[in-house]
Design a protein around this ligand. Structure first.
Ligand code: DAV
Length: 371
């Protein structure tokens, strides 16, 4: 069936088929949340973010929104339908019978919250207390899709309790040191425990019939098992990337560009034994280019490897952040047409071009790439 902009349809089976409809996040009212276990474990020890919280400065919110609006317009000009979330008031504290936090996070980035698999959009459990209610930013859109597309399955994973049992207290010091963090990550000892299923949607990559999921700070083994039981027609693979002292989200680490080709962060290489399914099926895993920057922008949670957090528009076209010249050059060599998008001043709001979007519709069906 041919996609038409007049008709809402939710469908996306992979990260690369032609993108027709997408959600782009907003920086509105974004907060730096107060300390909490899982979030603190991600903030590097020398980061300018340690010890401060509150609403982000208005001029940075305005600038990030300007860039996100421009990105949305750029996509629209290429014929992609773009929807935007409706921001809730993130200054509101969250209190449940199990925890309290004094503020929330924002409505960026959608990729962390919404996992689109075929005709389904699944709200992730999330693993930070400050992001517990983040799905509410997307509910007006999901309600609309549900009303307009009779095949759309709106699903939500069980809300986690996020008591102290969910976090290893060993991680709650800011003086652990990078060496120890690397060792812990290599031993698969992460800040989150196996108390209950936890996952962020951005730990999942979709390869048709196969889902590749990173086990790290934001997704535990029970979360991956939950996904396995929830998607019985898929094969769900657990992957790890030693070399990352703060392993959250797979999308600055492992980036499929088209069938047969994946970029891998050279500091976070997929272990040999986990490469087998790719190699056996003729897929190439190449080291990504170096980031163009030595440090992330101010008040940013993410590393400089947002350079490889690209948005694939179709198997020949990819959006790359404008200042990431080495990444753009590599894409060109790999035969991809590069669309430059300025986004660096929005990185602090939770990520790059892949992070700040969530798929609604891509062409194509559920293929088996690893028979
Ligand atoms: O390298 O800091 C960022 C991923 C954001 N979704 C990193 C991971």
């Amino acid at each position: 069936m041919v996609w038409s902009p007049e008709k809402t349809e939710v469908k996306s089976w992979n990260e690369w088929d032609t993108l027709r409809h997408v959600i782009v996040g907003r920086a509105d009212d974004c907060h730096i949340p107060p300390e909490e276990p899982a979030l603190d474990a991600k903030v590097p020890e020398d980061s300018d973010m340690r010890g401060q919280w509150g609403r982000r400065p208005q001029e940075t919110i305005d600038r990030a929104n300007e860039l996100l609006d421009n990105f949305a317009d750029q996509l629209r000009k290429r014929g992609v339908r773009v929807d935007r979330p409706v921001s809730i008031d993130h200054s509101q504290p969250v209190t449940t019978p199990d925890f309290h936090t004094d503020s929330q996070f924002g409505c960026m980035p959608p990729r962390d919250v919404l996992l689109t698999v075929g005709h389904e959009m699944l709200e992730a459990t999330m693993s930070y207390r400050c992001r517990w209610f983040e799905y509410l930013n997307y509910r007006p859109l999901l309600k609309q899709y549900w009303e307009e597309d009779p095949k759309f399955r709106h699903e939500a994973a069980p809300k986690p309790r996020l008591t102290d049992e969910d976090y290893h207290p060993d991680y709650l010091s800011d003086k652990i040191g990078v060496e120890k963090r690397l060792k812990w990550a290599e031993e698969k000892f992460f800040v989150t425990t196996e108390e209950e299923p936890l996952f962020d949607a951005a730990d999942v990559l979709r390869f048709g019939k196969d889902l590749v999921v990173q086990h790290g700070f934001t997704t535990n083994l029970k979360g991956i098992e939950w996904l396995r039981r929830h998607f019985p027609d898929h094969r769900v693979h657990t992957v790890n990337f030693p070399g990352d002292p703060y392993p959250i989200h797979i999308d600055a680490t492992f980036t499929p560009l088209r069938p047969g080709l994946i970029l891998n962060n050279p500091q976070r290489r997929l272990p040999e034994e986990q490469r087998e399914m790719f190699h056996k099926n003729g897929w190439e895993i190449v080291d990504s280019a170096q980031p163009a920057h030595n440090t992330p922008p101010p008040l940013c949670y993410s590393s400089t490897w947002l350079s490889m957090n690209v948005l694939v528009l179709d198997p020949k076209t990819v959006c790359v952040e404008k200042s990431e010249v080495y990444q753009a050059e590599q894409m060109d060599k790999l035969g991809m047409e590069v669309v430059e998008v300025e986004l660096r001043d929005a990185y602090a709001f939770g990520g790059g071009l892949h992070c700040c979007t969530a798929d609604v519709y891509r062409d194509g069906d559920c293929e088996d790439y690893f028979p």
